[in-house]
Design a protein around this ligand. Structure first.
Ligand SMILES: *[C@@H]1O[C@H](CO)[C@@H](O)[C@H](O)[C@H]1NC(C)=O
Ligand SMILES: *[C@@H]1O[C@H](CO)[C@@H](O)[C@H](O)[C@H]1NC(C)=O
Length: 203
């Protein structure tokens, strides 16, 4: 009688201990999976500028630029779903001369995934109405130096799986581009890690 009684109470204790450990494990896994968001890093792997002519008279660029932009979702359980269209802007001297759609509203970057965007764009007259005289001076300076500072800026908004908050995505990638007109040997390009804007709460 007594033996049986002791066994029962031991088994009961064992079950409780097991339950607590199991519960703590499940909690830890859920916390690791959904508790913390890591923003997606962007890297410009390659870029090539084959034409960059400014017409001061019309305040516009005749240009050709290809950019390989790599996006990665470092979260292993959460997809990043675009709640707005995600765009890339090209800027010279702070002025936008091109905008390109990177991902549509509703598109997802799945957990752990990497997407390579090969952006190729050009224009005979990409207008930069706000370049102004200062921008023209800057352009001439950079042209003389042989290196153009072009900024690639990513802007969007995502929501992560199992989360309510929408998170703004803003990254800027400062590129130093040497002109490589078609037919010339390709200019070496050093990878550029884009800078993420400071994060909002819960993002
Ligand atoms: C662009 O400038 C280069 C010289 O820098 C010139 O050879 C070329 O013809 C120009 N292209 C246009 C479309 O103006
Ligand atoms: C440069 O851009 C123009 C658009 O203005 C396009 O017609 C042309 O094919 C592009 N050149 C190259 C080499 O991509």
């Amino acid at each position: 009688m007594c033996d049986e009684c002791c066994c029962r109470c031991r088994c009961g204790e064992g079950l409780i201990v097991f339950g607590v450990i199991f519960g703590a494990l499940v909690f830890a896994v859920l916390l690791a999976a959904f508790g913390f968001v890591r923003p997606p890093p962007f890297v410009v792997d390659d870029a090539s500028l084959t034409r960059f002519n400014l017409s001061a008279a019309t305040s516009s660029f005749a240009y050709n630029l290809t950019v390989t932009l790599v996006a990665h979702n470092p979260n292993w359980a959460m997809a990043a779903k675009n709640t707005k269209q995600m765009d890339v802007e090209y800027r010279f001297d702070g002025q936008v001369f091109e905008r390109i759609q990177l991902a549509g509203k509703g598109d997802k970057l799945r957990p752990g995934r990497t997407v390579v965007h090969r952006l190729s764009s050009g224009s005979e007259s990409a207008l930069v109405p706000t370049l102004g005289n200062a921008g023209v001076v800057e352009y001439r300076d950079e042209r003389a130096k042989g290196t153009f500072d072009v900024e690639v800026a990513v802007a969007g908004e995502v929501r992560y799986t199992a989360r309510y908050t929408k998170c703004k995505i803003e990254a800027t990638c400062p590129l130093k581009l040497q002109l490589a007109p078609p037919g010339t040997t390709a200019v070496a390009f050093q990878k550029v890690k884009c800078k993420l804007a400071s994060r909002e709460k819960n993002c």
